[in-house]
Design a protein around this ligand. Sequence first.
Ligand SMILES: [Zn+2]
Length: 442
Amino acid sequence: MRIWKTIVCCCVLAGLISAARADAAVRNAAFSDTDTGVAYAFECADYPYLRVKYSTADESGSVVLTGRDGAFEGELLLPFRQKAPQARLEILTPSGKTLFQDTVRLSSPGAPKERRADAGAATKVTDLRLTAGEKEMSLAFTAPGHHQVVVQVSSVMHKAAYVLEEQADGAFQDTLRLPYINARDMVTVTLKSLKGRELAKAQERVLFNTMDAGETAAEGPLKGVKVCIDPGHQALEVHAGKVAQYPGAAKRVSGGDSTMAQGRATMRKESVCVLELSYRMCRMMRELGAEVVMTRWSEEVSVTNMERANYANDQNADYFLRIHLNNSSKGTNNAVYVYGPSNSPYAKAVMPIEQYRDTAQTILDALKAATGVEGGVVRMSDQFVGNNWAKMPAFLLECGFLSTPANDWILTTDDYQEKIARGVTDGLVNVVEGRLKRFVFH
Ligand SMILES: [Zn+2]
């Protein structure tokens, strides 16, 4: 049951919003205690995404909320609640400016009554087993002589600690619910005695969240079009020798993999985020009638850039779309880029390079329109082996900067990922239907 109590903190706001966009404000905020967390409702017309930092005596973390027409409403889940009397909440812009702070009183189930360990209880746990799930992690161990163990849970953006009771004879088992963890994030579990002695420590990554890859519709603007989507990078290392930069080129370069970007704030790996984006694009393009294949469907693979181009060629794809996220050493950057090849004879056989450029521009324009990102250009370049060896229109898309914290944060949301996928899909439809930015054949 939710009992709403409105807490409007105009006086708190007055001192806090000065650091943010001049007119940015959180209004009509209401928070209330629920059985499973904190229900929230507030308005903020200035940002479609806001981050909430929360902390209680049991857990703390950070998660991005998505607004609808300026209204934010939902429940912040607190799965580890045991003894916390209150939750401290801070609402920030994606770039980290505080807009609002408040404290919400919580009903507490109370920590379990302390049950001391037996004399001679184990000083080490040697059989701690972590089993990864999607947004959850199971643990099992035996701690002879202990009746309760403190479990500390830590991932990049979340921390928690709670008292776990034995099931029988020192055997312990539990499943951690991690609603705000990102796919493939590392989870560290530390076991401690009630007196604070460390008994064991183990690490495991949560699984990649299964996503809907869609089904090919019978009709649609992409009917008869075969697309090969190439989610950049992967979890495993690749081992590849040197290859000619493009067919016939004297210059030899690595045919393998390049260094991937990583979220500045979330530490998310580019390979995971672009795999999520690629699943969404696959689903959207199939819904419009396209036949879609992908160079990889999971993280635990090893595919070189040359193998990716060869796969698109073997599949006889009509378009090869390579999905990446960017990294900048020069601080924040808000831009998207589309790269096409420039000197490859394979590329020149596909279409004149000027038309190639216009095709890239058409995709870039749609990506910018869908995301609202204003920066970025088309670049025709020899630098990408995977583009140079493809025998069909091949584009490498840098869909945003993981090194820009605000971008990194909003890329964790379904909503922003859908916008990117929609932009790329719209761009492809425009290309297929011949709506090029500037048609070169007069
Ligand atoms: Zn990349």
